[in-house]
Ligand binder design. Structure first.
Ligand SMILES: Cc1cc2nc3c(=O)[nH]c(=O)nc-3n(C[C@H](O)[C@H](O)[C@H](O)COP(=O)(O)O)c2cc1C
Length: 176
């Protein structure tokens, strides 16, 4: 599988390293794309080391990176997916490399979303509406967060799904 792993700026960004490592060990080709905010949580060098490929970022975007990455990917996975990224995807915005690349992704290519956020953020009607809108479009699969004690101290849903479950969802989406 050619997997485009998109990492956004949530505290669970470190768990995307495990997802990346699992995917590489399973024999998949992985290209990582990080938002600017994601890079405050984990360094691109970690993903570059795990994948053997330079990470795509807004700062280092070269020429038509968004088009090339979109043509290359068989499956895209946004994990963790912030409330911000989900909102932008739901509205079809394209103001950074992540959203531009996902808009350029051919319609037949599945996108797996692994939301992760504070419990109150997760419960917001606007966040739930954005997720519903995305799922209604047919190409987005949401792997829901799990419920546990979160980094902020709250207890409830919001923790990123298990990386193994996210990888399984990507593999299943490719099989159709
Ligand atoms: C310490 C810290 C942790 C954060 N964790 C989350 C999170 O888990 N989920 C989330 O949706 N936003 C989280 N945010 C807010 C996002 O970083 C913020 O919405 C940012 O604009 C997201 O940018 P991006 O979606 O382009 O990566 C956090 C912010 C900080 C400062």
């Amino acid at each position: 599988m050619r997997l485009l792993l998109c990492v956004t700026g949530g505290i669970a960004a470190y768990k995307a390293c495990e997802l990346c490592s699992l995917a590489v060990k399973a024999g998949h080709e992985v290209q990582v794309l990080m938002t600017r905010r994601a890079q405050d949580f984990v360094g691109p060098l970690t993903f570059a080391g795990l994948t053997g490929r330079p990470v795509l970022t807004d700062q280092a975007e070269a020429a038509m990176d968004h088009i090339h990455a979109a043509k290359w990917a068989e499956v895209a996975c946004v994990a963790p997916a912030t409330a911000n990224a989900l909102g932008k995807l739901a509205l079809g915005l394209a103001d950074d490399l992540l959203t531009t690349t996902l808009l350029a992704l051919p319609a037949s290519r599945p996108v797996i979303l692994g939301p992760a956020m504070n419990t109150e953020m997760w419960a917001q009607p606007v966040v739930q509406r954005n997720l519903r809108w995305l799922q209604e479009l047919g190409r987005f699969t949401v792997v829901p967060p799990t419920s546990k004690r979160l980094a902020c101290g709250d207890v409830g849903p919001g923790a990123l799904a298990d990386p193994a479950d996210l990888l399984a969802a990507c593999e299943a989406a490719l099989r159709g």
